[in-house]
Each structure stands twice: as C-alpha cells, then as structure tokens.
Design a protein around this ligand. Structure first.
Ligand code: SF4
Length: 440
C-alpha cells in the first residue's frame, strides 16, 4: 500500500480541503501517515497569505526530502495557483496543481517517478467557477465545514480572489448532509468556513444570484440533531446582520463567538483598502452583539503598515480598538503581494515601523484578552475538551472561546462539561472547577 503524507499551511479552509483530499487518497487505496514519517508521496497545501510563503514552502519540501529523498512531492493550494512556476522550480518538487486540479490529484499519480522539473497543471482563475464541498474530520476535535469558496470583493491588498476565484457556495442540502455526517462521527463542534461566508448562497446551483441567505443557512444548521456546537468563523462586518446576531443569541447550538475583520480603524485607510464599511458600522456591529450577548467573545483581524498609513492613522486604529469592547486581535503586518492594487500604491511604510505597530497591537490584544477572561471569572460555562496531551495537561474551550486547562485525563477527550471558571493562571490560561451534573 502506498503511503501519503500531508502538510497544510494557512487557514481553516485549507485544512478542510486537505482533509477531503486525504479521504480521496484513502478511497484510492493509499495509507495516510504523519508528515514526519516516511511516505511515497508528500502533498503540501500552500497558502498565499503566509509570511515568507516561498521560504516556508522550500523548508517543508526539504523536510520531506530528508525523510525520503525518493518521495514524490506535490504542491497544491493558493500559492500553487498564484505562482505555479516558482513552486515547480523548487528543488525536489514533482507536481504543482492549481485551483481547478487539486481535487483531482489522485488522477495525476499514476507515475510516481521523480521529475527533474515540477510538472504544472494550472488554469486561469476564471475557470475556477465550480464548487467542491469539503470538511475536516479526524484531525481535530472540531470539524471545519466549508460552506463557501472564493470572493467577489476587491480589497486592494488581497490575493485570495486571484487564488480562489469568484464567490460560490455549497448547496444548502449538501451542507446539511455534511453536517449530519460529521455529527454522526461523534464530532461535537462544527466551525463554518469559507473565504467570505456571509456571502453564502451566491453561486449555489451554478447561479450567480443568491439562492439562500446566510441567515437561512444558519437557521437550518441550528436544527441539525446531534451537533452540540456550531461556530461561525470569520464574517465581514457589512454582512453580519442583526437577524444573524439575534439568531445566534437565541440559538440552540451556535456559540457566542464572532470573528470580524476590521483591518483598520481609520476611515481613510479603509477607503484605500476598498473595504465595504466605515468604522462606524463596525462599532454598531460590536454594540449589537454586546446588547444581546454580553458575554460573547469578539475577535478582530487588523492589518498594520498598509501603504499611506501615517502615525496618525495608526493611532486612530489603536485608540479605536482600545475603546471597543472586543476580546482579542489577530494582527497582520502588511506585506506587498504581486498583482494587487496596494502593491503599487504610494506611501510605503518602512518595515521597522510596521514591526513596531504590530508589536503595539499585539500588546493591546494581550490586554484585551486578559480583560475578557477576567470578566468571565466565576461564571458558568460548558467546556469542550480537545484531544492532545500537552505536557501533562488537557486543554479546552468554553462556548465563548475562553481557553482552559486541567491535568491530563484521557476520559475528558472530546467531552463537554459544565464548569465554573476560577482564576487566570500565570500562563494566561484559565483554571476551573467541575460542576456536578444536575439530574433532571
Ligand atoms: S473580503 Fe476582501 S480580504 Fe476578504 S477574501 Fe474578499 S477580497 Fe480578500
């Protein structure tokens, strides 16, 4: 039996797709092994957002070759679509598949002899107009369920539309079927993933217009029996409507956790980024969530060092976030991407200034997270425990994404428990008391 190993870079969407591709290998009779083990084929699912994507890719190829110099190495994913020739030139790479080909990878593996140069099969991104459903399972306690792909927005810094194509969605029927399948396998939490999931419904049944709305999707998913928790991953602020927030507040399974990209707290920079909202809308969204779910966790994506971002713009962002009742930040340092509008804009911010701004916002994020955790001490939650033993501890997350830990106990793996949060440990992780299960 041939052995195959996978390495995934980037987002939850890539993880869900790797998982689906790995299942297709299994169907073809391959045995999946860990990336550190000797395999006949190594598949690397790449990301274009990753910092130093080329360097990281080369290192991963080297890692595979150290374990088995004879192994066949294939690159798929966003970076493979954007820069196929660059990846094909990397020593040891045999095959590069673009956006339309990656799900057919097993068709390309009849001959596993090593090539002097990587063979490229890629397409014009306009051809990536069909939808392939995916979900991850078995890799984690949570499943990532893809409901949408691609993006029709034109944010000036972003390469994702070039790597993944237009916005398109899975059918409602298929999403519900996948959700049932996942819950049937004992997975307790599903995280909805996509490039722009608030745009769900567009491209469903091949139609450019919306067939269903995101609200209809989450309403239906909430009814699927057996799923204990559903989490909306990242959603654009202009697409996060009041009705969705209210549905989550009153829902059976959707947890009070939102991740909403902001990118900048300066309206001037938001305009240059071609984002589809102003900061006032963002405040409105956060206030609405807080009004109906005071304990909700709200995460924010923010970019520092965008071209033209002056000290004044940055301080606007810093103060905006400081004043906002949010729970943590994901800070991205802007870096130029080929073929984007932003890459040729004036006002380049020096690298050291970008690094300083990033450090300041990461400090703010730590402060926000701590304040959020503190606000949750002595409150009661349900924790879902994960599956890894990390230096004698097991970790878990509450519905509202507070990270907790307790000494390792294999019986806790993938189980939910009522707990009362007690205090924040020196490591920044929260400790708790188990609460007795009340007989009904
Ligand atoms: S919304 Fe903007 S940043 Fe997000 S994927 Fe679409 S173009 Fe990129």
């Amino acid at each position: 039996m041939k052995k195959v190993a996978f390495y995934t870079l980037g987002c939850k969407l890539n993880f869900s797709e790797t998982s689906t591709i790995a299942r297709s290998f299994k169907d073809e009779g391959f045995d999946r092994v860990d990336f550190k083990e000797k395999a006949d084929i190594y598949v690397i699912n790449t990301c274009s957002v990753t910092e130093n994507a080329d360097k990281r890719f080369k290192n991963i190829v080297k890692q595979a070759q150290r374990v088995n110099p004879e192994a066949f190495v294939a690159a798929i994913g966003c970076y493979a679509q954007l820069k196929p020739e660059e990846l094909a030139d990397v020593n040891g790479v045999d095959l590069v598949l673009g956006a339309t080909e990656k799900f057919k990878i097993t068709d390309y593996l009849n001959d596993l002899s090593k090539n002097d140069f990587g063979e490229v099969h890629s397409c014009e991104i306009e051809d990536a107009d069909f939808y392939v459903g995916s979900y991850s399972i078995g890799d984690r306690t949570r499943a990532f369920l893809k409901v949408q792909d691609g993006c029709d927005y034109k944010c000036t810094y972003c390469t994702i539309p070039l790597a993944r194509g237009i916005s398109r969605s899975d059918t409602m029927e298929n999403v519900l079927k996948n959700a049932e399948e996942i819950s049937g396998k004992g997975i307790k939490e599903i995280v909805l993933t996509g490039v722009n999931i608030g745009d769900y419904g567009k491209g469903e049944f091949g139609n450019k217009k919306h067939q269903h709305t995101f609200l209809e999707l989450v309403t239906e998913l909430d009814q699927v029996k057996g799923i204990e928790r559903l989490r909306i991953s990242s959603i654009e602020p202009n697409l996060l409507k009041n009705d969705t927030i209210e549905l989550v507040a009153n829902s059976r399974a959707f947890v009070p956790h939102f991740h909403i990209p902001l990118q900048s707290g300066s309206n001037a920079i938001l305009k240059k980024m071609k984002r589809r909202y102003m900061r006032e809308l963002y405040v409105d969204r956060v206030n609405k969530i807080r009004e109906v779910m005071p304990n909700a966790c709200i995460g924010v994506d923010v970019i520092v060092g965008f071209p033209g971002e002056t000290e004044q713009h940055f301080l606007e962002t810093y103060n905006f976030l400081n004043d906002l009742e949010i729970s943590y930040l994901h800070v991205f340092t802007y870096s130029e991407r080929d073929n984007t509008e932003a890459a040729v804009m004036d006002g380049e911010v020096p690298k050291n200034v970008r690094a300083k701004r990033s450090k300041m916002l990461r400090g703010l994020s730590a402060k926000k997270r701590r304040a959020f955790y503190e606000s949750q001490i002595n409150t009661v939650h349900t924790v879902l425990f994960e599956s890894e033993n990390k230096e004698g501890y097991i970790y878990g997350f509450t519905e509202n994404y507070v990270k907790v830990k307790t000494p390792w106990n294999p019986e806790l793996v993938n189980t939910t428990h009522k707990v009362q949060l007690s205090y924040i440990g020196e490591d920044g992780v929260v400790r708790f008391e188990f609460l007795p299960v009340l007989a009904i």
